[in-house]
Design a protein around this ligand. Sequence first.
Ligand SMILES: Nc1ncnc2c1ncn2[C@@H]1O[C@H](COP(=O)(O)OP(=O)(O)OP(=O)(O)O)[C@@H](O)[C@H]1O
Ligand SMILES: [Mg+2]
Length: 329
Amino acid sequence: MLKVATSRGHALVCLDARRRTELKVVEHRGNQEQEHLYDRGLRNSQDLRSLFHNLVGFETIIGTFEGYQTMTANMNTPGLNPRKEVPFSFIFKGPPGSGKTTTARALGKMYYSMGFLCTTEIMDCSVTDLIGTYVGQTGPKVKNLLEEALGKVLFIDEAYRLGILRDAFTREAVGELVDCMTKERYMNKLVIVLAGYERSMDQLLSTNEGLRSRFTEIVFPRLRPKDCLRLLQAKLLDKKINILRPRAVHVQQRVLVLFKKLGETASWADARDVGAIAKEITLQLFMNPLPAGQPMEITLEEIARILKRFYRDRRSKKEEEEGGDSSES
Ligand SMILES: Nc1ncnc2c1ncn2[C@@H]1O[C@H](COP(=O)(O)OP(=O)(O)OP(=O)(O)O)[C@@H](O)[C@H]1O
Ligand SMILES: [Mg+2]
């Protein structure tokens, strides 16, 4: 961002690094800010979909964002201001590894391209960054963070901690956040995302009506076993590894059951763990010498064996942990 002198005071000019063109100018004149926004691409849903490329089960989420994109274009045409209508504060609820952080990054690109932000950058922080160490320090800390996040996405991970630790500090943090969001200086000038697991986020929202009414909720679905298999297939194909059709029909069923059981283990992190399994398979295959010109292939039976091993490892780790806990108590 550049600060340049103009006849009317000074202007903050955002530049698109790739196109080196002037994209947004905020004229400062006393306390008044006047914005001139320029179209920055991501003009159609095809572009938007490319941001969510490879994300399985994201149709509803993509549909929601496509709606905002269309609304922005439709309001811009007759000269209306979409900034006041499109949501700028979100609650992302979903299990571990379901795409919350990935979506916050995409949101940065999307809102930037719609002309609402002056950078695609996201500020990734935790509840600790909001909380002071003595009474009265939290409010200014929240304000400083919002100040720094102006024109960007502020992503607050594990935000449910704001609801669990119901002490004076977290109450002050939530109070200040909600208060600032309604101020002209911050309202619709940055995107705020509070992210966490569904049940704990619901708990947070139930304790604070101010949050519930001001934030738009986006729910990240848990991957179904067949989604896990689809994703694994896609990740392996990316590495030019084909999954061979099983000889017996029941093998696919066995793979789906194993994904279901893995999904029920406490430490399962949805797509992140499918990625870890794909990585392990890739490693195993590429570490062995390959006859020249032969395509890389793996049978579904072999995948079932790998999943079984993965599941056993998870279970034995859990048992070890529980054993450790009980010996400590
Ligand atoms: N639905 C999905 N389909 C395909 N890949 C996905 C999906 N969700 C997440 N991923 C991939 O899984 C990995 C982890 O995603 P991400 O970090 O966004 O999850 P998260 O919800 O923020 O997890 P956590 O709660 O642990 O912070 C990334 O590589 C992401 O691309
Ligand atoms: Mg995350």
